[in-house]
Design a protein around this ligand. Structure first.
Ligand code: NAD
Length: 511
């Protein structure tokens, strides 16, 4: 209820009338005022003063100064800062999870799950802070030693999307910090309060450890500031999470200045349901993947590629399952599906349904916008299912909404070809109990995606693996495995401890 939301906002240091000055951290916000509106009930939550271009310049200056100090702190000590951040997140988990759910519209369970992911990546980063190791190699020259080491980059810019308003930031900053970088975050202007809450939490840690505030900077601002950051050579790395449309520009502009980028863009994820699949498991995986977060995950299941022998059975069971879905306020744990982020997203959903019908799509579960009591925000839509051809233009495109496409196949080779025949390459899955099928799907002749699962749906990655995708998904990798290397620069060092100066490749140069 409103009372408990207000309480959580207060606990997170968010004073709805005076944002930006509620903690010791200076937000450098003198730009225009925007409003945060909840898609759950249409209520205005707060007004926020955004950051202007002048504020941007001040933030860069502050970050540059902080970097000079922060890079000299040993990595395990930086890990200790991240450990304390993880402790704070445990303390604020309920409040922050609730705010994520209320401001973004995902279910409370998923909001809490996002904060859990933040805690997990903190733990991961703490351990990593003692393991930022390079190789040593044997030099071809006598009395020489050769090795490589990793150094911080400087300023890391994080530009994030609305659908993971807190977790994506944490995947980036925790690794960037233990690597010795300072960060500037430009969150989605659709979820500014989640960002302010995160900044308030890290500000406590910074203050308690007497560290420079410029380690973590927040710019609540629109795409103009985002673009400025992308084009600024003072920002060594841009980690961009968002649409392929914007990512394409970001990619071009960062490359033009020889900056580094991590691109985490759109997906068009499919599950292959084989005739050898456990159908109970397949239905749960497919429905959660398609309607979870109201289809607004980059890894949401958008296509089901189903073997012809089980096609009708799967279709019937999906229709039945969709009939049981409860759509409504995501803070009410009885509901399965919450709202879309805003009315613009609702219009895109409606347009996609029309386009799909125009191309010949046959809707077996109809879509539509919900109206009446509890749906006043105008953002609640019905998850729908259409039988399509993979080649339809609309099927090739990522619509960020709960529209699920069904496609029929005969052979696994054909299914894999269909799965790969889209411009995006983020997540993929096969449901099968056959070893031969699953191994072919995972082989070099199988899925072309950054994520390929067996008997799991397409969404819900763990932080321990590297996360990201191929083709128009951008090629970036974040989070686990060796993704930390993106946040550091590599240096090869050769040291001569002999009394001569032998040249490499046996070159003779006598004076
Ligand atoms: P979006 O591209 O509209 O916005 C993302 C961010 O980019 C926002 O902060 C926005 O202000 C900023 N931005 C917009 N124009 C910019 C510009 N010219 N220069 C710099 N920054 C600019 O995306 P969205 O609607 O917030 O998020 C949904 C999209 O994000 C989907 O396509 C989804 O698949 C993708 N996504 C991908 C991943 C992943 O890890 N692959 C994760 C989450 C979301």
């Amino acid at each position: 209820d409103q009372f408990s939301i207000q309480k959580s906002l207060e606990n997170l240091g968010i004073n709805a009338t005076n944002l930006g000055s509620s903690t010791g951290v200076d937000f450098f916000a003198t730009g225009e005022v925007i409003k945060s509106q909840s898609p759950t009930d249409g209520q205005e939550i707060a007004s926020i003063t955004t950051s202007s271009e002048a504020d941007y310049n001040k933030v860069i200056e502050k970050a540059e100064k902080a970097f000079l100090e922060f890079r000299m702190i040993p990595a395990p000590k930086r890990g200790e800062i991240v450990r304390q951040f993880g402790e704070k997140l445990r303390h604020y988990k309920d409040d922050l999870g609730k705010l994520v759910s209320y401001e973004m519209g995902k279910s409370l369970q998923e909001g809490l799950g996002e904060v859990q992911e933040m805690i997990d990546i903190c733990d991961f980063a703490v351990g990593l802070s003692r393991q930022l190791h390079g190789f040593t190699m044997h030099s071809e020259r006598p009395g020489h030693r050769m090795y490589e080491q990793y150094h911080p980059l400087g300023i890391v810019g994080v530009i994030s999307a609305f659908n993971f308003p807190v977790a994506v930031w944490s995947w980036n900053v925790t690794l960037a910090w233990i690597a010795g970088n300072v960060c500037i975050w430009k969150p989605s202007e659709k979820t500014p309060l989640c960002a302010i809450a995160c900044q308030n939490i890290i500000a406590e840690v910074i203050k308690e450890n007497n560290l420079p505030e410029g380690i973590s900077n927040l710019l609540v601002a629109d795409h103009v500031i985002g673009d400025k950051m992308v084009n600024d050579k003072k920002v060594a790395l841009i980690s961009f999470t968002g649409s392929t449309r914007v990512g394409r520009e970001v990619n071009k502009n960062v490359a033009a200045r020889f900056g580094k980028s991590i691109l985490e863009l759109g997906g068009n994820n499919a599950i292959i349901i084989s005739d050898k699949a456990d159908l109970d498991m397949s239905i749960i995986g497919a429905v959660f993947g398609a309607v979870g977060t109201a289809g607004q995950r980059c890894t949401s299941t958008r296509r089901l590629i189903i073997h012809e022998d089980v096609y009708d059975a799967v279709k019937d069971r999906l229709v039945k399952a969709y009939g049981q879905l409860k759509i409504g306020n995501p803070l009410d744990q009885h509901n399965h599906v919450g709202p879309l982020i805003d009315k613009h997203a609702v219009n895109q959903y409606l347009e996609s349904i029309e386009k799909c019908k125009a191309e010949g799509g046959n809707f077996v579960v109809e879509g539509g916008v919900l109206e009446g009591a509890d749906y006043e925000s105008g953002c609640y839509v019905k998850p729908c299912i259409a039988e399509v051809q993979n080649s339809y233009k609309i099927v090739q495109h990522e619509t960020f909404a709960p529209i699920l496409y069904l496609i029929k196949y005969k052979t696994l080779e054909e299914a894999i070809a269909l799965q790969n025949d889209v411009p995006q390459g983020l997540s993929s899955a096969i449901m099968t109990q056959s070893l031969r099928e699953s191994e072919l799907f995972l082989s070099q002749a199988g899925s072309d995606c950054g994520i390929a699962n067996v008997n799991i749906g397409t969404s819900g990655a763990e932080i321990g693996g590297a996360f990201g995708g191929e083709k128009e998904t951008g090629g970036g990798r974040e989070s686990g495995s060796d993704a930390w290397k993106y946040y550091m620069r590599r240096q090869t060092n050769t040291i001569n401890y002999s009394t001569g100066l032998p040249l490499a490749q046996g070159i003779k140069f006598d004076l």
